[in-house]
Design a protein around this ligand. Structure first.
Ligand SMILES: Cc1cc2nc3c(=O)[nH]c(=O)nc-3n(C[C@H](O)[C@H](O)[C@H](O)COP(=O)(O)O)c2cc1C
Length: 381
């Protein structure tokens, strides 16, 4: 039943050279950086999202990646409770940008693979060949129950996702698609026009679990480590690459990071203390833990996870002065990480700071091309 996974179109910036790739992540939802009621937390408007993606594009970021979210974690301020739907968001931004890759995010269980394949194909035409599909198995039951979605256990959701992706890949390649899986069926599937990217757009799968990594290694072009330090990142990178090689494939391996930058390490640490303490929306944090993974956790681990959700959403922490953060990114690259996507507590302050203070240090380390040189080559100024 399994399909040969074709290579993606490699002509875009995501595959340009061996530079460390950068992706702006999650800015389509409120409080993306942490489940916080802080005055610093991210609130969304369309114009602000347009401004942020244009800033990221001008700085040479390779990707803009939304979070697909359908409800928040309630509590005092319902963090994550407002979001722009990812396909319409991606299409709008695609029309307003020129170079950056734009991803749309699907929970496979909530959407027919035909509809997802068709929407990506359409947005690929709108963008001139810059769309990508980020696909997730989903984990938020309260959210999935709002759909006519099957109720499946963790690993079974990835079995479902495998079949869903096989159908998407076939539809991008040809018509007359018949598929009779255990979870997904389609008869005489037809999709025209095909995506502009030939043979197909890139696929990202941000799974962290061993079962999830199997799916990513088999079908995705960009997989993720769920690491918080260079040592575990290096181990996971090796495991994912080995899994991909067993399917005759190569994948990029990225990390999702949470950036809290201040002039000094001490000032950044003080911010984290504030976010974890008085600024945390603790009832929302408790809900997030209970509604997702609470039952399986020891009390000690629960406290660690809660502190993370209140300050960094559990991403790979990039906390400190610009120098400290640039050095840590260097260690991530040494561990084999190909790209990082970033959330900020406050994107409107955090992104310009990243671009003006951290990016030049990454250029000095030769992790990123010098922007003046890139502009001369037809890249971004
Ligand atoms: C870059 C990135 C994007 C993600 N996007 C979403 C999303 O849009 N919606 C969602 O429900 N989960 C999202 N997730 C969560 C993952 O899909 C996944 O559920 C989580 O990493 C747990 O991994 P596991 O399912 O393998 O246990 C994202 C994670 C990362 C790192």
């Amino acid at each position: 039943m399994s399909v040969r996974v074709t290579e993606p179109d490699r002509s875009g910036p995501l595959f340009e050279d061996d530079r460390l790739k950068l992706g702006l992540f999650g800015f389509n939802i409120t409080a993306a950086g942490a489940l916080s009621r802080s005055k610093d937390r991210h609130e969304i408007s369309w114009q602000q999202n347009v401004d942020l993606v244009r800033q990221a594009e001008a700085a040479g970021f390779e990707a803009a990646i939304p979070i697909s979210r359908w409800r928040g974690f309630e509590g005092e301020t319902n963090p994550w409770g407002q979001s722009f739907e990812s396909y319409t968001w991606a299409s709008g931004l695609a029309a307003l940008t020129e170079r950056i890759s734009i991803f749309a995010t699907s929970h496979a269980l909530t959407m027919s693979p035909l509809l997802a394949a068709k929407q990506i194909a359409t947005a690929d035409h709108i963008s001139g060949g810059r769309m990508g599909l980020n696909v997730v198995a989903g984990w938020f039951e309260k959210e999935l129950r709002m759909f006519t979605a099957k109720s499946l256990g963790h690993d079974e959701r990835y079995d479902y996702l495998d079949e869903w992706l096989e159908v998407v890949l076939r539809l991008w390649e040809r018509n007359g698609v018949d598929y009779a899986g255990r979870h997904v069926q389609i008869q005489d599937g037809y999709l025209e026009p095909k995506p502009l990217q030939n043979p197909r757009p890139p696929i990202m799968n941000a799974a962290f679990s061993p079962r999830g990594h199997e799916t990513a290694a088999k079908y995705a072009d960009i997989a993720f480590v769920g690491a918080h330090d260079p040592h575990s990142a290096q181990k996971q990178v090796a495991e994912i690459r080995k899994m991909a090689a067993s399917h005759g494939r190569t994948v990029q391996v990225w990390a999702a990071t949470s950036v809290i930058c201040a002039e000094t390490d001490e000032a950044a640490a003080a911010l984290v203390e504030r976010y974890r303490g008085p600024d945390a929306d603790m009832p929302a944090v408790e809900n997030a833990v209970d509604w997702t993974m609470g039952a399986q956790m020891t009390p000690d681990l629960r406290e660690v996870i809660k502190a993370g959700l209140a300050s960094t959403m559990g991403g790979y922490p990039l906390i400190g002065s610009p120098e400290t953060i640039a050095d840590e990114i260097g260690r991530m690259a040494d561990a084999g990480i190909d790209g990082i996507c970033q959330t900020f507590m406050n994107y409107e302050a955090g992104l310009p700071l990243f671009v003006s203070e951290i990016l030049p240090l990454l250029e000095k380390k030769r992790l990123r091309p010098a922007r003046a040189a890139a502009a001369g080559e037809g890249g971004q100024a």
